[in-house]
Design a protein around this ligand. Structure first.
Ligand SMILES: Cc1cc2nc3c(=O)[nH]c(=O)nc-3n(C[C@H](O)[C@H](O)[C@H](O)COP(=O)(O)OP(=O)(O)OC[C@H]3O[C@@H](n4cnc5c(N)ncnc54)[C@H](O)[C@@H]3O)c2cc1C
Length: 340
């Protein structure tokens, strides 16, 4: 049975802690309930919003929608093909718990993505990434329920058209698919990825020469905890802006004006700038506009100091975007998904 609730507060279901409500709300626990969900959608006659952990959402107002809280659970090592371990997980599983479970099963590959909040099913939405690894590097396929046709569709990694914090689900088909299961290709051999984010320096500072996968995961958790605010303590959605990707010649001109500009090589002909550096240069770190603020340890993270609304966070974001554009000629793009 699916229990349809009305006028439900979403405060506990979004990591910013915005107190908006959903006109209708239902918790989905298994794929067997999808037919019933279809009937509810038809009955409500309202657009659907799928929520996992709510850690990448800006909710600016009450939602005249049917909000579906995805809690499809389960995970298993399904088969072994040519040394690749196929791990399939339900979309409602907690992402970090899945990462730790795979490591405990001696399945390696997800360790750099430790402690990213949220669910397995939301991870493909923006191709989550951290410490030099992206979801697309480890995903084999996913299953999704087409909310328009009621069909279940299998997407290969290629079908998802993953990009930097992007996928076909975010750009081409927003709101059309409910991801139900994701399958990863992992390995019994641990090949640590250490080139990114000062991991080697952090390891040698701790006297660790060749870390185990669990040690690497622990280290990443420790570093993340020291840099990022815990949503339970202060509302946030992680990085609020994407790192802008601009043509190399534009980056070089900026570098002449700002020799300390932080830029990395990206796809051919493009450079990726550190958005946090741009924001920091303009003195935004730690600033507040009412209860909407910029985190004092990381300029890329916007925080809710208590009673900020989603609209106020977006206003602060708009002021930062305008300031960065005025000074650097670069438009920052907002990373979380905004609703309604
Ligand atoms: C402190 C903090 C640190 C973070 N660090 C990182 C990081 O290092 N790297 C990174 O990439 N992200 C990071 N994030 C962002 C966030 O954790 C990820 O985007 C995560 O994948 C969101 O998962 P969620 O379940 O909370 O998604 P939600 O916020 O619930 O939803 C996000 C989007 O996905 C859609 N969605 C959710 N579930 C499904 C589903 N089953 N099927 C279809 N659509 C779905 C929603 O409709 C919405 O559009 C961070 C966030 C926080 C708060």
């Amino acid at each position: 049975m699916l229990e349809l609730q009305e006028n439900v507060s979403l405060q506990a279901f979004n990591s910013f802690g915005f107190d908006v409500s959903a006109r209708y709300f239902v918790e989905l626990n298994s794929v067997e309930q999808l037919d019933m969900l279809r009937q509810l959608i038809d009955r409500c006659g309202l657009p659907v919003l799928i929520i996992g952990g709510g850690s990448n959402l800006v909710l600016t107002d009450d939602l005249n929608q049917l909000v579906v809280l995805n809690r499809i659970s389960g995970h298993a090592i399904s088969e072994v093909e040519g040394g690749v371990l196929c791990v399939t997980a339900g979309a409602g599983e907690d992402w970090h718990s899945l990462v730790r479970w795979t490591l405990e099963q001696s399945c390696y590959g997800l360790e750099n993505l430790s402690l990213i909040p949220g669910t397995v099913g939301a991870a493909p939405m923006q191709n989550i990434g951290a410490y030099g690894v992206e979801l697309k590097d480890r995903m084999l396929s996913l299953e999704a329920y087409d909310l328009n046709s009621g069909e279940t569709v299998l997407f290969s990694c290629e079908d998802c058209q993953f990009g930097y914090r992007d996928s076909v689900f975010k750009s081409r088909y927003p709101g059309r698919y409910l991801i139900t299961h994701v399958t990863f290709g992992l390995s019994r051999t641990f090949n640590p990825v250490l080139h990114y984010g000062g991991l080697t320096g952090e390891l040698s500072a701790r006297g660790i020469e060749s870390p185990s996968a669990l040690e690497l995961s622990d280290l990443i958790c420790e570093v993340r905890n020291s840099k990022l605010p815990q949503p339970q303590q202060i509302g946030n959605a992680g990085s609020f802006f994407k790192n802008p990707v601009i043509p190399v010649d534009q980056a070089e001109k900026l570098k002449q004006r700002f020799p300390k500009l932080v830029a990395f090589a990206d796809r051919s002909g493009y450079s990726k700038l550190a958005a946090g550096w741009l924001i920091d240069q303009l003195g935004w770190k730690g600033r507040r506009e009412g209860d909407a603020g910029v985190y004092d340890k990381q300029a890329l993270v916007l925080v809710n100091h208590g009673q900020a609304s989603g609209q106020e966070i977006l206003e602060l974001a708009g002021n930062i975007q305008a300031d960065v554009f005025k000074c650097f000629g670069v438009m920052l793009e907002i990373e979380p998904r905004c609703y309604p």
